[in-house]
Write a protein that binds this ligand. Structure first.
Ligand SMILES: Nc1ncnc2c1ncn2[C@@H]1O[C@H](COP(=O)(O)OP(=O)(O)OP(=O)(O)O)[C@@H](O)[C@H]1O
Length: 310
């Protein structure tokens, strides 16, 4: 079965600053996200994950490359009609979704802000009805609409953030570290909620996290980003079983093992970028095996292939 491409990111570059102070936060990034899947973007702090999410949300400008959503280019100048459609269909969930919001705004307003922006003619009764439904959809009580964000726990606040996205009936959600700020005990609840929503509504996710162990649980495919470049991308099981790039292998080796004795004995794999000799043969983004991409030069690609086969 041929999978439908929902989002196609081609040669994306994002540069901050000007002239000599320029900083390339995202460098020639390429990936496709298929309809209904969870695509994980994993990398350490400052690697450019959030910037990619923001470029898709059109909060930051891309300096080069194309972002195609359902086949239409959404970065750069676009028609008002497409702009409105994208504002509805693509939503974002944040680490602490209410942090940036006015503490004096009630949940009722917070959840329906997007609706009010796009549907100027919406009646009060209809708006309230939709807010209550969205709250129930994320496991909250409809009466919470009249309360203030500071009255809620971290997990409840995240549910409110999800309701705020869900009320728009999105096709695609960029979830940027949605559980990192939560207590470990409630992380699974939020992950399960996101999964249930995906099943019920066929929502597609770009899931951004720094933690590969969370990603293994939630993502269908994973891209590993380092210093603005994606170094490897594959189906989750393939990536975990057959990591090629030494940076991916280092991230994998840092995942704690359930058995404490084995954990103590295990040898951490340390990534040293100096091992790459790119002086003559430059690395390119290539598909080394079907669906398994890696940033490598020809010699490395050959080694990775042999590693896989041997
Ligand atoms: N608006 C901006 N202006 C200048 N530099 C920026 C801006 N936004 C991000 N950067 C820089 O771009 C780089 C990538 O940042 P980004 O937030 O995308 O990383 P990240 O992988 O999401 O990290 P974190 O998990 O810490 O948020 C960082 O070095 C950051 O300082």
């Amino acid at each position: 079965m041929k999978r439908e491409v929902l989002l196609d990111v081609k040669g994306l570059n994002v540069t901050f600053g000007e002239h000599r102070k320029q900083y390339n936060a995202v460098k020639n990034v390429n990936f496709k996200i298929y309809k209904g899947e969870t695509f994980g973007l994993v990398g350490e702090s400052g690697s450019g994950k959030t910037t990619i999410g923001r470029a898709i949300m059109r909060i930051v400008k891309s300096s080069d490359g194309d972002i195609l959503y359902k086949g239409e280019k959404i970065n750069g100048t676009i028609s008002q009609e497409l702009d409105q459609r994208v504002m509805r269909e693509i939503q974002m969930i944040f680490q602490d979704p209410l942090a940036s919001l006015n503490e004096r705004a009630k949940v009722d307003y917070i959840v329906s802000e997007g609706l009010l922006n796009l549907e100027h003619g919406i009646g009060e009764r209809e708006r309230k009805k939709q807010v209550e439904q969205a709250l129930m959809d994320v496991g909250l009580l409809p009466e919470f609409a009249s309360r203030f964000p500071h009255e809620f726990s971290g997990g409840q606040r995240q549910r409110i953030g999800i309701a705020r996205a869900l009320i728009m009936k999105p096709d695609f959600i960029v979830a940027d570290e949605p559980i990192s700020a939560l207590d470990v005990s409630i992380r699974a609840q939020i992950l399960n909620l996101l999964r249930d929503m995906q099943k019920k509504r066929q929502i597609t996710y770009l899931f951004i996290a720094h933690d590969l162990s969370v990603m293994r649980f939630i993502a269908d495919r994973i891209a590993v980003i380092r210093k603005g470049e994606i170094v490897e991308m594959a189906e989750t099981e393939d990536l975990v079983a057959h990591a090629m790039h030494p940076y991916t292998r280092a991230l994998l080796s840092a995942i704690p093992m359930p058995d404490p004795r084995r954990e103590k004995e295990k040898k951490l794999f340390i990534y040293d970028p100096a091992i790459h000799d790119y002086s003559e043969d430059k690395p390119t983004w290539q598909e080394v095996r079907p669906g398994h991409f890696v940033l490598a030069n020809q010699r490395e690609a050959g080694e990775y292939k042999r590693m896989y086969e041997g």
